[in-house]
Design a protein around this ligand. Sequence first.
Ligand code: 13P
Length: 333
Amino acid sequence: MDKERLAKIANAIVAPGKGILAADESSPTIKKRFDTIDVASTEENRRAYRDLLFTTEGVEAFISGVILFDETMRQTSNNGTPFPQLLERKNILPGIKVDKGAKALAGFDGEKVTEGLDGLRERLGEYAAMGARFAKWRAVITIGEGIPTRYCMDANAHALARYAALCQEAGIVPIVEPEVLMNGDHDISRCRDATAATLKRLYEALFEHCVYLEGTLLKPNMVISGMDCPRQAGAEEIAEATVGCFRQVVPAAVPGIVFLSGGQSPVQATENLNAINALGKQPWALSFSYGRALQEHTLKAWQGESANVEAAQRAFFHRAKCNSAARRGEYTP
Ligand code: 13P
């Protein structure tokens, strides 16, 4: 394992003022996003949309890495450059989603386990040769009556640890993503308990599997009220709960925490990240790896029309810049 290389990549991704664009929507997920603007999810439309995002001028000041889906990794820009090379030339690191999705966990109603370990070593080798510098694996933890169970958290932690070790063997930085979903009417303290329990088990599994933490990044949910909870915690409360929870369970050796947006509105996701960073210096850099929160306004501006590409790029640039400011706790709406 080339520890120095791994730590260098992980630190570059969370360099001051920078974060990740998650553009790794699988084909069914990007179809859902395109449905909201009435655009057909054809291979060419998906390529044209990703081209718009990646060629946005100046966005490299705020975006250090982009997570790609397998299809996008193999596509080329309008000018014929393969997307991974296009990004690399802008000093943006290309990453790849390597999990095969969260599937129902047999015997555990309402819970999921992420698949994709079979053949992963070979796939990582191919992605590394194509230029991938980091990877992502998303586990899903659901809050509900009697769940999450200990078994579900352990099964997902085990898969994340096996994935992370294989990535490091291939010279790829693993982003470990245990997402505790916002769905439900639970309050923020339940989210905190479930997040703490999930992370505790995750770091135990990573330790057991001898994963080099300095060469990893964590992509978690924020500690937040369930979407249908009657009392919605504000940004300051979310920030205190999130940082308080992480200080108890995330080792200081981890260079950075890159939050997912998970259904928060674009402005909320920025405000919450801002409040988190406004609390002052922590053992890890606190950044973003947003999908929806970086793309919602962009998609709306685009509408699938090439005449709207510039307006869509302005929307993307603006959100990226706002989240960059939030990394310093200096965002103003
Ligand atoms: P959201 O920010 O839309 O949650 O997407 C981030 C992601 O990569 C989820 O796996």
